[in-house]
Design a protein around this ligand. Sequence first.
Ligand code: AMP
Length: 249
Amino acid sequence: MKIIVPVKRVVDYNVKVRVRSDGAGVDIGNVKMSMNPFDEIAVEEAVRLKEKGVATEVVAVSCGAAQCQETLRTAMAIGADRGILVETNAELQPLAVAKLLKALVDKEQPSLIILGKQAIDDDANQTGQMLAALAELPQATFASKVELAGDWVDVTREVDGGLETLSLSIPAVITTDLRLNAPRYVTLPNIMKAKKKPLDTVSPGDLGVDVTPRLKTLKVAEPAGRKAGVKVADVAALVDKLKNEVKVI
Ligand code: AMP
């Protein structure tokens, strides 16, 4: 059973992003880039399924610039068997990525595609859903538990106010939530081993996909700064302010 795990190279979650002075986007020059944290969880889950003997091969896929190779090597250091880079310097929006992944799904015929629930740079939360629609596959998003039984996979999802368990026939698309697992630390020997694993490069043209953006960013702005608070002398003063100034009680 083959599992495909799409991994995105994003600005590291520890970096405080700055809006560019022209308001056209955020500044990503000279900032640390890492694998999208939800994708690390997806790779970890796929590798655990392989270690349990449920999966036979884990293929990591990244779409973007040549530097995405580093992201693929990290996925292979966690335990993915090989990587595919869909190389392009074009701006990739979720629909374009979903189309590229659909083309690879047609070619590779995986039983599961495990994506992150969202990329922390665009917070789109769209790619998995779009891929499921394009490939006409069942989907379970925000997974906090994944259990395979024969040709079915049971996925527990985090929904408002509780947990929902769905049973999907495979092949299927799953997107990971934070509590699915805690990804392992990548060790030096595994980083070295990952360097020897196969990494293929294809272009969007090779896959017959037009990645032209469909959305235009009009403006990017910093959130408004918070105003300073005030200290009140006692509970009575607080209640008075809430009642007469803010008028919330
Ligand atoms: P998004 O819909 O942009 O929030 O991304 C959701 C998930 O889709 C990510 O967690 C990745 O698993 C996958 N994904 C998005 N963009 C890419 C990309 N450029 N390369 C590989 N996977 C991606």
